[in-house]
Design a protein around this ligand. Structure first.
Ligand SMILES: Nc1ncnc2c1ncn2[C@@H]1O[C@H](COP(=O)(O)OP(=O)(O)OP(=O)(O)O)[C@@H](O)[C@H]1O
Ligand SMILES: [Mg+2]
Length: 283
């Protein structure tokens, strides 16, 4: 402890590299760390990452999820733990909130006085806040840590990737139609530049299957998942259909996968989860 000339107590400012090292150590208890990203907002990144986490828990894995989207934190809503709050233990370590099926969740939104308040941090502050947060969470141990990445491929995303120990792989979420091509390219380049293995692409909102007649409609345009996967030398891990029940579940504050386990998208998600397990645990 230092003292200023006027007698005030001073503690040294923790340098970022120390925070990054602390963050890495804290996360070493998880065998597999999967980042979920997309080059563009609104394609269902949060829905897919929260559903993967729940699906892995359904398959008996011990799972944690990090909502790293500081400005658009919505994992709590999709996990049905919106009203919960983070607490700290006697050492000041942040305790994750326990969600359904024992999924441990950490989200900035659950630390704010009100989840409706905007987070007004700018670039460098967001990066530091993410690292600082990660360096103080008592994660414990488990099988999978799923990370809903901050949108885009800028500062916050880079800092986060640098603060994680040995990332198992990345999943890129996209939606149909050719406009997504450059967006997926950005996300693919991001993983390559940061030496993260690409597990594959998930095309969300791929199609809509009429529950009455079974006809399949390409409401958002032609599927480009297969094309993009082969263009970037990866695989299409799943095509998740549009399902109005997803938004119904969000509105009710319950996780879709648990509320509608036989829903059209739920079946596709569980197939995706099984592929992820096969792909990660076999290596
Ligand atoms: N397959 C789907 N069928 C129907 N609605 C969906 C589907 N996937 C996601 N949605 C809905 O689309 C909206 C956007 O999804 P989500 O919040 O997961 O996207 P995001 O990529 O995380 O967005 P942001 O960039 O804002 O973080 C949500 O209202 C969600 O409930
Ligand atoms: Mg999101």
């Amino acid at each position: 402890m230092l003292m200023s000339s006027s007698g005030e107590k001073r503690v040294p400012f923790t340098p970022v590299f120390k925070l990054i090292n602390d963050a890495k150590k804290r996360l070493e208890g998880y065998k597999y760390k999967i980042i979920v990203l997309s080059g563009k907002g609104g394609v269902g990144k949060t829905f897919i990452s929260s559903s993967i986490a729940l699906g892995l828990a359904i398959r008996g894995r011990k799972v944690a999820i990090l909502d790293a989207d500081v400005h658009g934190s919505s994992i709590p809503l999709m996990l049905g733990i919106q009203g919960a709050r983070h607490y700290a233990d006697e050492n000041g370590d942040i305790l994750p909130v326990e969600g359904p099926l024992g999924v441990k969740a950490v989200a900035i939104n659950l630390m704010l006085d009100s989840p409706d308040l905007p987070v007004v941090w700018r670039g460098p502050l967001v990066s530091r806040a993410i690292t600082e947060l990660l360096s103080k969470v008592a994660w414990g141990s488990g099988d999978y840590l799923v990370i809903d990445m901050p949108p885009g491929t800028g500062d916050a995303a880079i800092t986060l990737v640098q603060s994680l120990p040995s990332i198992t792989g990345a999943i890129i979420v996209t939606a149909p139609n050719m406009l997504t091509e450059t967006i997926v390219a950005k996300a693919v380049n991001f993983t390559a530049k940061n030496n993260v293995r690409l597990l594959g692409i998930v095309e969300n909102m791929s199609y809509f299957k009429c529950p009455v007649c079974g006809t399949v409609f390409n409401l958002l345009g032609k599927s480009t998942g297969e094309y993009l996967a082969s263009k970037y030398g990866t695989v299409l891990l799943g095509m998740i259909p549009l399902d109005p029940l997803i938004n119904e579940a969000v509105d009710k504050g319950v996780p879709y996968l648990l509320a509608y386990p036989h829903g059209e998208a739920a079946k596709a998600i569980m197939e995706l989860v099984d592929k992820i397990i096969k792909n990660t645990e076999a290596n």
